[in-house]
Design a protein around this ligand. Structure first.
Ligand code: PHE
Length: 343
């Protein structure tokens, strides 16, 4: 008899474990309902247990009965708290807002590479005390050419194939006309850069496009010398490309500067050794510059007896092509996001 009692108490423990593992895995309301029927219902296992009490030998009945009652109470309590939990979670799920879900990826734009380069150039010149100014894209022949010392019919006008709006009005072929506009408005000292879009009627290819961007620079004051031009542009090149970069100054021609030069930087890819980007020369041309021609100062209303100045102009696309080693200028204008995303 004693052995049977012991095994009956053990059965109670086994049943207890089973009840709690069943309850644990009952996650929806159907499962909870079958749990209730199985254990707590009229024909459920716990009722049956208590009904069976009469078969337990009298001396063990008290302890067994107490434990069976306790198990039923525990089960009822656990069941109702599980049901409450489930209901709370269900309410949450039926709400359209679930704060635990990960958010939608939000596509964000990026700065266009030309804007990035322009901003970098601008910030370097601002740090040297330059202001920033802008002029119109549609210009008169006067600002684009005549005031810049291009006489009418002068062959230098052919250096830049011009889009004409009317015989006297053009899409500016360079940002140099803004030099005149600044000088008209302001007496020296003038330290200014002038970024902007320019237009040339050129054959479109991987190297040239009908629209591109320049940053013009102008410094006019007493005693501005060629050494200032050289020092300013060397400092710029070292800040922008590489702090050890060298520059090379070559004579050139522009009607609005005298002397005129073009400035090359040491190729930053091969460090001057020669590679495919610099066409084995070790040098890359980055800008045109020169001392402002006295006729140009006069067009701007500045007395060339007292003041001198230097000016420069650089192509943003050209610098971006070099800096990012891109081989086709058209990519800047197609706005293919596979290209733009890389910057
Ligand atoms: N405007 C010239 C060009 O477009 C560049 C330049 C600007 C040269 C200022 C000298 C001084 O090629």
């Amino acid at each position: 008899m004693a052995r049977e009692d012991a095994s009956t108490l053990e059965n109670l423990d086994t049943l207890r474990k089973k009840i709690f593992s069943d309850l644990e895995s009952a996650t929806d309301s159907a499962a909870l309902e079958s749990f209730r029927i199985k254990y707590l219902g009229k024909k459920g296992a716990l009722r049956a247990l208590l009904k069976g009490l009469k078969n337990i030998p009298a001396e063990r009945r008290k302890e067994y009965g107490a434990r069976a009652n306790q198990l039923r109470a525990e089960t009822e309590q656990a069941f109702s708290s599980r049901t409450r939990q489930k209901k709370a979670r269900g309410d949450q799920q039926s709400s359209p807002f679930d704060p635990s879900l990960p958010g939608y990826p939000f596509p964000h734009g990026s700065i266009h590479p030309l804007t990035k380069i322009r901003n970098e150039i601008r910030d370097i010149f601002i740090s040297m005390g330059f202001d920033v100014a802008y002029g119109p894209d549609v210009e008169s022949d006067f600002y684009n050419f005549a005031a810049l010392n291009f006489p009418p019919h002068h062959p230098a006008r052919d250096m830049q194939d011009t889009f004409l709006v009317s015989p006297e009005v053009v899409l500016r072929t360079h940002t140099s006309p803004v030099q005149i506009r600044i000088m008209e408005e302001q007496q020296p000292p003038i330290r200014c850069i002038m970024p902007g879009r320019v237009y040339r009627h050129e054959e479109i290819s991987s190297r040239s496009y009908c629209i591109f961007h320049q940053v013009e620079g102008l410094y006019v004051d007493r005693d501005v010398s060629f050494a200032d031009l050289k020092g300013t542009l060397l400092w710029f090149a070292r800040r922008f490309f590489d702090e050890k970069t060298h520059i090379k100054i070559r004579p050139s021609f522009f009607p609005f500067t005298e002397p005129s030069v073009e400035i090359d930087i040491e190729c930053f890819l091969c460090k001057g050794a020669g590679c495919s980007v610099c066409k084995q020369s070790g040098w890359l041309e980055i800008l045109g510059a020169g001392m402002v021609h006295p006729n140009v100062l006069a067009s701007g209303g500045i007395d060339s007896e007292h003041y001198t100045g230097f000016a420069f102009g650089m192509g943003i696309e050209r610098i971006a092509l070099l800096k990012y080693t891109i081989d086709d200028i058209r990519l800047f204008f197609e706005n293919d996001i596979r290209f733009l995303r890389q910057f």
